[in-house]
Design a protein. Structure first.
Length: 176
């Protein structure tokens, strides 16, 4: 006769999940102090891929794969709806102009080229649960805007912006 352990006896409950709610793709906020209007109108964010090279260790018979020693962070991509005055679009546009083609040396000293940003992931009750913090962000590209009078319905303009950054970290926030 096999022994059946009592429920909860002999089990390591620290490995069992305490929260069975799924992460919703709708529950997030983007924060970037340099572009508050992009923050407000943000429609979508794609958490970037991180990858690691493998190192091959030679042996007399074969090469053994080993974990690499460098992490590669892909760019962060955001989509935002453009306001009627193009304020949020111009926040990114002007930032890129300042970075890539200043007309005077003073423009370098006038503005900080980098900005830290965060994506806050919200719980099923819309409370911040996880912060994904990006350090030293700067824009790489801003998508084109397509104006088209032949559309049957009004589809408000949106733009994609791609950011580079030094690193991102993921932090669990305290539940209150």
């Amino acid at each position: 006769m096999a022994l059946i352990p009592k429920i909860g006896v002999g089990l390591d409950t620290s490995t069992l999940t305490q929260n069975v709610n799924f992460l919703s793709p709708l529950g997030f906020r983007f924060l970037l102090s340099r572009t508050p209007n992009v923050e407000y109108f943000c429609q979508a964010a794609t958490l970037p891929t991180i990858s690691m090279q493998e190192l091959l260790q030679p042996t007399p018979f074969t090469q053994l794969p080993r974990p690499g020693d460098k992490i590669t962070y892909e760019p962060l991509t955001l989509r935002f709806r453009i306001d009627e005055n193009m304020t949020n679009y111009l926040e990114i546009f002007n930032w890129m102009i300042e970075l890539a083609k200043p007309e005077k040396f003073e423009q370098y000293a006038k503005h900080n080229n980098f900005s830290d940003g965060s994506i806050l992931l919200l719980s099923s009750n819309n409370n911040p649960r996880i912060r994904i913090a990006f350090q030293d962000m700067f824009p790489l590209s801003l998508s084109p805007l397509n104006f088209d009078v032949t559309q049957a319905d009004v589809e408000y303009l949106e733009a994609d912006v791609m950011f580079r950054y030094k690193i991102f970290t993921v932090e669990q926030l305290l539940v209150s």
